[in-house]
Design a protein around this ligand. Structure first.
Ligand code: THU
Length: 133
């Protein structure tokens, strides 16, 4: 857990967020024990920015990982940085179970909230919905 949080905090340090000034870091622990991290990457064409969670997941996929067993998100300030709606769906896609934990931390890595993907995204639509149709 400590290493996973440290990875998210370190990734947050690389955030490219000149427009919002809101730096986010995320890390995902894959089922083989590998940690992948990402930060938000904004763009002068605002809608083209990417969230930290999406980039962490993209890094996992590019390296061959497919199953997430734990997610950490770190953001600034005292308002907890819970994943946005789109990121909740992206986490859901690769979560190893609906109980996959999601830990939200402050910029220093102190835990602010322990939750899970089914709490963040109840009654979700996922890959299994498309099977046996
Ligand atoms: N952001 C994330 O990286 N993850 C989230 O789940 C919430 C929002 C980023 C997007 C944008 O670069 C900045 O935070 C402000 O919305």
């Amino acid at each position: 857990m400590k290493t996973l949080i440290e990875a998210a905090v370190a990734a947050r340090g690389q955030s490219y967020s000149p427009y919002s000034g809101y730096a986010v870091g995320a890390s995902v622990l894959a089922d083989d024990g590998t940690i992948y991290a990402g930060c938000n990457v904004e763009n002068a064409a605002y809608p083209l920015g990417f969230c930290a969670e999406a980039n962490a997941i993209g890094n996992m996929i590019a390296a061959g990982g497919r199953q997430i067993v734990h997610v950490v998100v770190t953001g600034p300030g005292t308002n907890i940085c819970t994943p946005c709606g789109g990121c909740r769906q992206q986490i859901r896609e690769f979560a190893s179970s609906l109980d996959t934990p999601v830990t939200i931390c402050d910029a220093d890595g102190a835990v602010l909230l322990e939750t899970d993907i089914s709490t963040l995204l109840p009654n979700s639509f996922g890959p299994e919905n498309l099977k046996n149709t």
